[in-house]
Design a protein around this ligand. Structure first.
Ligand SMILES: N[C@H](CCC[C@H](N)C(=O)O)C(=O)O
Length: 260
């Protein structure tokens, strides 16, 4: 039975299993991914990330939610960059491939990672809130007293509701807490629970705040810690030069038997 070498990282409390898959070529079924991410029967994580070689990029990161579904993962990408540096694959800057295409990133002097996100084409105003795709789909709702908000119940209902039932959506609850500061909580698709932070969600929330008069850079506080988001807003409603900045730290490493 294969013993899998893995590393555990966390980025403002969003935690991931990372595997150097450049020579092992592991392929995991959804059932195996669920077991690896299970917090009682496995390692426990908000997602699984495989680092693989790619002819045209420093590396490719393949991300899976615990239910086996795939998307861009902003916090996971920042962990992947620090992991790639630990493996000696990259130096202080890198160009890698993720689910939604090419990303640039740099490791700052304080070890935080500054990740370039894809351009955002538009912010769609909907009855339920603002819809923004930052590499994964996000619905943004503004609330008061967000720290006591019923994120799980309402997030689950919206994620499974008529409008989003098929593709699913990540649901963010945002409160403006300062001139250039917000607090964001996210119910995550594919985790089917609230996470302590969500990178693509933090990015979407900061961009939505530009519709409320906040300007770049926006400080985004989450239960898991603080991130920053930079962006350039354009006349046509699009956004470019979108960056997600924050910590991404290795917690432990280990081995685990390939789950059945
Ligand atoms: N659950 C998200 C992907 C992971 C997003 C989050 N962990 C992040 O840091 O961006 C989705 O399926 O759209």
């Amino acid at each position: 039975m294969d013993n899998i070498k893995f590393y555990k990282y966390q980025a403002t409390g969003n935690d991931f299993i990372l595997i150097d898959n450049r020579t092992t070529g592991y392929k995991f079924s959804s059932g195996q991914i669920q077991k690896l991410c299970d917090r009682k029967f496995g390692i426990g994580a908000d997602g699984l990330i495989l680092i693989q070689d790619h002819d045209s990029y420093d590396f490719e990161m393949v991300y899976y939610n615990p239910d086996g579904s795939q998307s861009l993962c902003g916090n996971g990408s920042r962990c992947a960059v620090n992991f790639a540096s630990h493996l000696g694959i990259v130096g202080k800057s890198t160009r890698f491939l993720a689910y939604d295409g090419e990303h640039l990133a740099e490791i700052l002097d304080n070890e935080e990672v500054r990740l370039k996100m894809a351009d955002v084409q538009n912010v769609r105003l909907m009855a339920d809130g603002m819809f923004i795709d930052t590499g994964s789909p996000h619905l943004i709702k503004y609330v008061i007293n967000v720290k006591n908000y019923r994120v799980y119940d309402e997030g689950k209902a919206i994620r499974n509701g008529g409008l989003f039932k098929e593709a699913g959506v990540n649901v963010n609850f945002v409160e403006i807490t300062g001139n250039s500061e917000i607090f964001n909580r996210t119910y995550e698709r594919g985790v089917e629970n609230e996470t302590l932070s969500c990178g693509t969600g933090v990015t979407a929330a900061a961009i939505s705040a530009s519709h409320k008069g906040l300007e770049s850079p926006v400080t985004v506080n989450t239960i898991g810690g603080t991130l920053a988001v930079e962006f350039k807003k354009h006349e046509d409603g699009s956004y470019s030069d979108v960056y997600l900045i924050g910590p991404a730290e290795r917690v432990f490493e280990g081995t685990i038997e390939m789950p059945a």
